[in-house]
Design a protein around this ligand. Sequence first.
Ligand SMILES: [Mn+2]
Length: 393
Amino acid sequence: MKQKGNVWQGSLGSRFARRHHPSFDKTKLDGWRAMHKERDIPGVKWDEERKAAIRHGLQGADSIEDQSISTFSRGELPHFAGINTFLKAPYIEDVKDVGSYDVAVLGVPFDGGTTYRPGTRFGPQGIRRISALYTPYNYEIGVDLREQMSLCDVGDIFTIPANIEKTFDQISKGVGHVFASGALPIILGGDHSIGFATVRGIASHTDKKIGIIHFDRHADIQEKDLDERMHTTPWFHATNIPNIPAENLVQVGIGGWQVPREAVAEARKRNTTILTMSDVDKLGLEKTAEVALEMAWKGVDAVYLSFDIDCVDAGFVPGTGWPEPGGFLPREILRLLQLVAREGICGMEVVEVSPPYDVSDITSLMALRAIVDVLGTIVAHGKLGSHKGIIRG
Ligand SMILES: [Mn+2]
C-alpha cells in the first residue's frame, strides 16, 4: 500500500480513507475497563501456590534466578509439565472431601451410547490435557478463577463399558454425591446418553424443580434408538423425572439433517422449546439468551446446562460423534454461554468430545473454553454457590 495524502491505495486498487477521531474516549473501551479491573483481583492464592511449590518441589537449581521456581514442577507452571488434572486443580483422592470446594470437575468416560463415531470415552482425558494450556485468569471477563473460587478435580466415574444401565447408576450416584456436597458439578463427557443420568443424580438430591438449557444440533429426546437408550435419548428419560418438567427444556441450535422425526414428535408432544439456528439469527444473541432463560427458569428453582460440542459448526469441532455443518461460530456460542450463565446453574455437562477424531486438540479446547467461560461468568455475576439453596437438607 502506498499513501496519497491520508488515502491509502491498496495493491488491488481499494481505497481506504482513514478518518480521524480526536474525541474518541478510550476509557469507554472494554479493553480499557478490563485493563483496570485486573488491579482489583487479589494475588493471594497465586503466592500460596508458588510457596507450596518450593516447599514440595525443592528450591530451583543454583543457576535459576527466579526464586519462585522449584526443581520439580508443582502447580500451574510450566504449562506443558505436570500431572494433568483439569486446569491443574487439586486431585481429590477421597471424594468425601469434595464439599470443601466451590466447584468440582468430574469425568464420565463413556461412549456406549454412541450411534456413529465412538471415542468420547477419551473426552475427559482430552479436555484435561488441553486445559494445561490455560491460566485461571480471563482478561475480558475480569476474573481469576484461582483467586475467586476453589476448584478441584475429583477424577472419573467408574463406568461399565458394556452396560449402559449400570453406567447410568454409577453416574447418577457420583454426580448426586458431588451435588449434595455443595460443590457445583462440572461434568466432562462422554456421549450425550449420560445427560439422563447426570440430571437424575442432581434431581434426586433436591425437592425443587429444575429447567434445562440444552445447546445441540440434535434434539436428543426420542425414547429409544437402535432399540436401546442411546445418546439420542437423554431428555425423554430425564423429563420423565417428576421435578424435571419438559416445558422447561430449552433446546438451542437444533437443526440440519440429523434430527430424527421420532425426536421431533416427542418434543412437540412434551412442549419443549426449540430454537433453531435461524431463530438465533433472527433474534440475535442477546434476545436468544433472554428467551432461553425465560423459558428454562419459568416456575423452577434452578437451571442445568447441557452443552453438546456438536452445536458448534463442524468445521470447528472435528472431534465429535455426529458432526453437522451450519452450527454456531465459536464466538457466538461463547457469548451465548456467558449470557445464560449470568443467572447461575446447578450443574453443567460438556458432551460428545471425541479426541480420536480431533485435530490439534481443537475440539477439546472448545469444550474447555465453554467450561471456563461459564465458570468465569458465574464468578463475575456473583452466582457462585447459588445452587446450594436447592440441595435437600
Ligand atoms: Mn448432538
